[in-house]
Design a protein around this ligand. Sequence first.
Ligand code: UDP
Length: 338
Amino acid sequence: MILVTGGAGYIGSHNVIALMNAGYNVIIFDNLEIGHIETINTLKTIKTNGKLEEFIKGDLQNFDDINSVFKKFNIDTVVHFAAYSQVAESVKNPQKYYFNNVYGTLNLLKAMLENNVKKIVFSSTAATYGNPDYIPIDENHPQKPINTYGKTKLMIENIMDDYDKAYGLKSVRLRYFNVAGADSQNRIGEWHEPETHLIPNILKSTLEGGKTFQMFGVDYNTKDGTCVRDYINVEDLAKAHVLALKYLENGGETNYFNLGTNEGNSVKEVFATCENITDKKIPVEIKERREGDPATLIADNKKAKEILNWQNEKTLQDSVKTAYNWEVKLAKLFKGNL
Ligand code: UDP
């Protein structure tokens, strides 16, 4: 049995489907602060090789909540997504982030050790690297996060190293670049309130009542003046987690991998792709730079290819298409006619 923390959230829920497709039975643990019960209800209806055994509403900041899950179920491995992930908010309210992300993970690891569970796949981030010294960023790039969110994830990576040395806890840390897209069958998708990410924000402005899209900064030192990011499709990303899990099941040592595509797209390129796919002229307003945005972030993904045998397959167009289908569905849901 696999325990997925944060399985009601965007990345967690797509991973639950990938795990079930791979034949795993899953327990979801989520406090539903960011994740949605509708997502859980959808996941329950999906019939595949594995199944969603149970959803447990609980909070990692409460040790008993998480410890009781290990007492009740026979958990082999944990895939840990539950965390806050908004950069700007993390800088304004670090306490919220240190408690939820770091203290919450300490509780999870304590419960794992008490119940002799020693394998974890952890959702880390490119934000642990900070402003890049070179591009593309490989796993040996120094980790110098420039915001609290990135610091919380790096602290957890370091804690996991110490726990391996002392207690033999094996971890795979997956450092995500910009995750994009939705389920190709349009059952689930990205659903943040408020939404801060580029692709959903562009797409929302094509829908009835949508606001003008705000483009943050056109004076960066890049090909067209806008920031360049590495957009990795959420289903491709989920496949890497299944491979990471198998790697640990096969006795793999603690390790860490970038998950990206080795390619960068500028904000203007993403915007043009959205116009293309929706076949709409999207209203746009040029704004100041957003604080803390590096000009370019691109992953070197060789290590995941070589060691996990992972391959990213989907294109930016695939991500925009699925994200758009999902935005249309979400808009209907809010009108109550889904
Ligand atoms: N961005 C933008 N308008 C938005 C949201 C994002 O221009 O409404 C830009 C942002 O400044 C960055 C890029 O899009 O250059 C990707 O931002 P996102 O928040 O999606 O991901 P991040 O790179 O911060 O993880």
